[in-house]
Design a protein around this ligand. Structure first.
Ligand SMILES: Nc1ncnc2c1ncn2[C@@H]1O[C@H](COP(=O)(O)OP(=O)(O)OP(=O)(O)O)[C@@H](O)[C@H]1O
Ligand SMILES: [Mg+2]
Length: 210
């Protein structure tokens, strides 16, 4: 279970999260809804370690995530960003194996083998050598998901994964997220799309404007 207790976050004088507490059960998909500017992306950034809460607790199975080493935290939590943030100068395979080789110190061969399995799982086995500019939006997104999964995260967060997609592809993403559901993985999905949310959510939480 990922637990946030009494978390607060401000940027300058602007308070974005005010004493929020949430539980994200392991193995479940939690959908986060809420108004634009309500702090959803900020929440994901704080969970992943790109930002930190100003105060409050962030626990993964009762372990304080903020006190972990940076590499352990990076390994524990994966994020698929809204704009994917693929490295434009690296091909698909290189994008996926970069963190496993640099952070987890996997050998190139091992990382490559795992990456190829993930690409197959996500229907991208023929795109290994493609560069991000050669991919469609939906394909880029699946590469971003493969890149996050390559670290074997216990928590996987998605920031508005369907916002750039047509309804068909949205349905595919819902299916993919449901397929990735596993007893050990906690998935957290920010979305504005009620149909998509309905399809995937085990529980829904709302982030309110402060
Ligand atoms: N790095 C930052 N520096 C200053 N202000 C920030 C920063 N990041 C976010 N904010 C502000 O915090 C508030 C919450 O932003 P956030 O991106 O978390 O909202 P959101 O709920 O994801 O909105 P949307 O649905 O539009 O994506 C906004 O007012 C935003 O301008
Ligand atoms: Mg956002």
């Amino acid at each position: 279970m990922l637990t946030i207790k009494n978390a607060t976050k401000s940027f300058g004088t602007k308070k974005v999260l005010d004493q929020v507490s949430y539980d994200f059960p392991t193995g479940e998909i939690t959908v986060i809804l809420g108004p634009s500017g309500g702090g959803k992306t900020t929440l994901l950034r704080c969970i992943s370690g790109l930002e930190n809460f100003d105060s409050g607790e962030l626990l993964l199975d009762n372990e304080n995530l903020t006190k972990k080493k940076k590499t352990d935290r990076e390994r524990s939590v994966g994020v698929v960003f809204q704009d994917f943030q693929l490295f434009p100068h690296l091909n698909v395979l290189e994008n996926i194996i970069l963190a496993p080789t640099m952070v987890l110190k996997q050998s190139k061969e091992e990382a490559k083998e795992k990456a190829q399995e993930l690409l197959k799982l996500l229907g991208l086995e023929n795109k290994e050598d493609a560069y991000p500019y050669e991919l469609s939006g939906g394909q880029k997104q699946r590469v971003a998901i493969a890149r996050a999964l390559a670290m074997g995260p216990r928590v996987l967060c998605y920031d508005e994964p369907t916002s750039a997609l047509d309804p068909d592809l949205s349905g595919n993403v819902a299916e993919m997220i449901l397929n990735l559901k596993s007893p050990n993985v906690t998935q957290i999905v920010v979305t504005h799309d009620p149909v998509f949310a309905e399809k995937i959510a085990d529980q829904t939480i709302r982030v309110e404007s402060v």
